[in-house]
Design a binder for this molecule. Structure first.
Ligand code: ADP
Ligand code: MG
Length: 408
């Protein structure tokens, strides 16, 4: 059996015309001799009647502390609706299909409601249906705990579902269908001349995805990488080849240096973060103070990023919606803390960054030329990050894209 996993995101299943295009992709796979497993997301985006956010609002407008278990039960309905609609669409076109929920598809997770991790996939049920010649539609974004509780996998979780099933079934490929032509050098909504990356490594895409390129979820890439299952990011509405994510470096001779000639893969951005600045000048025991700060954040379940501990200051970022909570905790602990809300992280990502001198200099120059102020910066061997005000995020991404000639 040649198994192909095809995942369709929210915009791909948003209306009947688009769902017919989805069915055409599935039908095409069948005629090529594949047994398709079709993973679907909920229908539409924020504001649409069956979108995940709409469901959350329905209950959170009544009560702000809805238990996570109940929220997961509710959120899992979006994919169930979408899956049933997809099965009906496929059947209306003469294709025999069956819908399995995450649990029925054997996706076993831990009980971290809202952001559950897949522990294993028990693929027997999917296999049985495939062997009977059916197209198996699986609800994305959800699983089940050992004791039968329904869980969801966090934002972008349908990508993770597709990857996990692809690995468990040893699929020939995992196709992630979306509303853009593939993975590009930057978000095409921001950069007009963003270029499609034809072939990229799991590693490069993982870095880009972790930095906010939401076209694919980083966990999906990490899972596909376990068994080297090719991951392809394609557009539902066109026939272009999209991006192939694999472990093979493009255009590289056997045994050559692993970096190849791509210094920079792309630019990613994450808006809506708050920078927190804490003055620890007068603290007697600074290391104790630093410890207290991060313990306080951890206890309140606030994840921190972009940490910079300096002799007189501690800087870090949190998501905007957690900023008030973080500042309150700090003030209650007696710290002098200040928040700079509405910032954005912009990341220049590429395996060659560490080896090429002058990348940072070019970055600073490009940002200065377009009047972007750097609030904070950091780097690793594959990424240089800058924190900027949110309104300067778009010019920052655009000027870096231009400076490093990524559109060429
Ligand atoms: P889906 O609903 O299909 O999962 P998403 O909205 O999660 O779709 O992801 C697709 C979106 O990702 C695109 O519409 C695009 O705006 C955005 N995006 C961000 N960074 C990139 C990038 N580097 N390449 C392509 N798309 C990107
Ligand atoms: Mg997505």
């Amino acid at each position: 059996m040649r198994i192909l996993v095809q995942k369709f995101g929210g915009t791909s299943v948003a209306n009947p015309e688009r769902r017919t295009q989805v069915a055409a992709k599935v039908s095409e796979a069948v005629s090529q001799g594949y047994s398709p497993v079709v993973v679907v997301s909920a229908i539409g985006r924020q504001g649409d009647p069956y979108a995940t956010d709409t469901f959350i609002k329905m209950v959170s407008s009544i009560y702000s502390e809805v238990p996570k278990r109940e929220l997961d039960l509710l959120m899992s309905c979006g994919e169930v609706i979408s899956g049933a609609v997809m099965v009906s669409t496929l059947r209306s076109l003469g294709l025999e299909a069956i819908l399995l929920t995450g649990g029925q598809a054997g996706i076993i997770t831990n009980n971290n409601f809202g952001d559950a991790r897949i522990i294993r996939v028990e693929p027997e049920n999917i296999l049985k249906q495939l062997k009977e010649g059916k197209i198996v539609v699986v609800t994305g974004f959800q699983g089940i705990t050992e004791d039968g509780q329904i869980t969801t996998l966090g934002r972008g979780g349908s990508d993770t579902t597709a990857a996990a099933i692809g690995v468990a079934l040893n699929a020939e490929a995992i196709d992630i269908y979306t509303d853009v032509e593939g993975i590009m050098t930057a978000d095409p909504r921001i950069v007009e001349d963003a270029k499609i990356l034809d072939v990229v490594t799991y590693n490069d895409i993982c870095h880009l995805a972790h930095q906010g390129a939401k076209v694919i979820h980083p966990r999906a890439v990490e899972i596909a990488m376990q068994k080297n299952i090719p991951l392809r990011v394609k557009c539902t509405f066109t026939n272009s080849p999209g991006t192939l994510v694999t472990n093979i470096q493009p255009d590289i001779q056997a045994g050559a240096d692993a970096i190849g000639d791509r210094i920079i893969t792309g630019i990613a951005h994450t808006p809506n973060v708050t920078q927190i600045k804490i003055n620890i000048q007068d603290e007697e025991n600074k290391s104790q103070a630093v410890k207290k700060i991060f313990k306080g954040m951890a206890l309140a379940d606030i994840s921190v990023d972009f940490i910079s501990v300096q002799p007189e200051n501690v800087l870090y970022t949190v998501r905007d919606e957690l900023a008030d909570k973080a500042i309150n905790i700090l003030h209650n602990m007696g710290f002098e803390a200040e928040a700079v809300p509405s910032c954005a992280k912009v990341a220049l990502v590429g395996g060659g960054i560490a080896d090429v001198p002058g990348v940072m200099a070019d970055m600073v120059e490009a940002l200065a030329e377009s009047g972007v102020e750097i609030l904070q910066s950091a780097d690793s061997h594959t990424t240089i990050w800058v924190l900027v005000k949110k309104e300067q995020m778009v010019p920052a991404v655009q000027s870096l894209h231009k400076k490093f000639q990524l559109g060429k």
